[in-house]
Design a binder for this molecule. Sequence first.
Ligand SMILES: [Zn+2]
Length: 58
Amino acid sequence: MAKHILKCQKCNEYTLHQICKCGDKALEVKPPKYSPQDPYAKYRRIAKKDSLQKKGLL
Ligand SMILES: [Zn+2]
């Protein structure tokens, strides 16, 4: 598994695997300049919020 998000140029799909499910090579995606945000940040926020909610429920 690659540490960067890769994108298959053929099916235009994002993947973490260097070889897409279609068999084509997925290439590294450079984050757009206008969006320096970590693509995983929102998922981390959700996970954190979720764990806090769980703590609140316990
Ligand atoms: Zn593909």
